[in-house]
Design a protein around this ligand. Structure first.
Ligand SMILES: [Zn+2]
Length: 415
């Protein structure tokens, strides 16, 4: 598990220009490495070192060896990702795959440092640059040092150093702790979460998150925005920009609150089950028209909420699982009949068994049950098929309960 925090050390002008020069040479070392790897069709660090080290040393004369190695490691990863993307694209659009741009770094890049090139002792931070090692005092917020202390297994893994738009040098410190330290809760209950337009999140227990207040503020922003857009003057545009910032911060704050409340729930929760929104085809299958879908997605930052929820739950030993969520809003959670007509506004009134409840709660229960059914199916199949999924031609998936963020996509549907 990883956590990071950004600090802005106070540097002299000379030190800042050293960082600027280091970035230039770092980018050059990266670009030379990727060129070499792609031209030789290799992703080996050892090969790169043997073939290219002297050339890079000549091309980036004052870049410390440690940083050349960092740039090289980043290059190897970038080429691996690039290769994988290219192979995937080649199957569908061979021409596009050939035109794919090679990974490259610009002078304004962010540099990755490892433990050899950056050290932190107490509040004294030192890191390598082209000029010499910069030594500076930083202050890390107390909440961070308390929560991610070395006594709990957290260690500095490295850092990203770069410059923001205002020209300030930032250091993004990365801490890591072995996953085994976190105890997973397997005893608690499984809760389904439905994300929607009206309520941001609804649990299968019928609790709605982020309803009234958010809608009010959101409406206010929508209103002001449409008025400003109509005006179209220069000052209106300036104001629009400012508002977009305010709105972004509001959304982030609310997502933090919602995910925090879910992750620190009083009840004993072992897993939250969410619908897998990563594929657009799933969205189409959710039975919404494109226009409502667009509105729904633009209405709230669901990816951000998902990210925050996962990392907050991770720390508390709660798993986040994903299921295919087809028909979850059309199916009755009691008798499991799929009938679009049963849904009326925000109520779900089953035309078959007569049960009635909030439509979002109904969907959340379906999401939870989809997951439970899937786990049961997996358990049975594992008994019948000792050779694993591969033998039956099913996609290989990570065992349930072992990964915190395992996306259970590409499975047979379970509704
Ligand atoms: Zn029913």
């Amino acid at each position: 598990m990883r956590r990071s925090i950004t600090v802005f050390p106070r540097l002299t002008d000379k030190e800042v220009s050293a960082v600027v020069e280091t970035r230039k040479q770092y980018a050059r070392a990266f670009n030379m490495s990727t060129e070499c790897l792609i031209n030789n069709n290799s992703t080996s660090k050892g090969f790169l070192h043997k073939v290219q080290y002297e050339t890079i040393k000549e091309g980036c004369p004052s870049l410390p060896t440690g940083l050349i190695q960092c740039a090289r490691d980043v290059a190897v990863e970038a080429v691996k990702t690039w290769n994988a993307k290219k192979t995937k694209l080649r199957q569908k659009h061979p021409k596009k795959a050939e035109r794919m741009r090679r990974p490259s770094m610009k002078e304004g890049c962010t540099m990755r440092y490892d433990v050899r090139t950056i050290t932190l002792r107490g509040s004294q931070l030192t890191f390598s640059t082209c000029d010499r090692r910069i030594r500076t005092i930083i202050s890390i917020p107390e909440f961070f040092t308390e929560r991610y202390s070395s006594s709990e297994g957290w260690k500095l893994k490295g850092a990203n150093i770069g410059m923001d738009r205002r020209g300030r040098v930032f250091v993004n410190l990365i801490y890591e702790c072995p996953d085994s330290v976190i105890e997973e809760n397997n005893e608690g209950k499984i809760v389904g979460l439905d994300r929607g337009v009206y309520n941001i999140v609804t649990t299968s227990d019928g609790v709605h998150y982020g309803a009234k207040d958010i809608r009010r503020v959101k409406r206010k922003y929508d209103h002001v925005r449409s008025e400003l857009q109509e005006k179209g003057t220069r000052s209106a545009k300036r104001r629009l920009k400012a508002i977009s910032g305010c709105e972004k911060r509001f959304v982030h704050d609310q997502n933090h609150r919602i995910s925090k409340r879910l992750a620190n729930a009083d009840e004993d929760v072992s897993a939250y089950v969410l619908e897998d929104l990563s594929s657009m085809s799933m969205l189409r299958l959710k039975g919404k028209s494109n226009k409502t879908m667009r509105k729904w997605l633009s209405n709230w930052s669901y990816a951000d909420l998902e990210f925050k929820l996962i990392y907050k739950c991770q720390r508390n030993g709660i798993r986040a699982e994903f299921v295919d969520a087809r028909y979850t809003s059309q199916k009755c959670s009691v008798c499991k009949t799929i009938d679009k007509a049963s849904r009326k506004g925000n109520r779900y009134i089953c035309r078959h068994c007569g049960s009635s409840m909030h439509a979002d709660t109904n969907a959340a229960i379906n999401i939870r049950d989809n997951y439970i059914t899937w786990v049961q199916k997996l358990g049975q199949a594992a008994v019948n098929q000792p050779y694993g999924w591969g033998a039956t031609g099913r996609p290989e998936t990570e065992p349930v309960g072992k990964t915190l963020t395992s996306k259970l996509s590409g499975l047979s549907q379970c509704h």
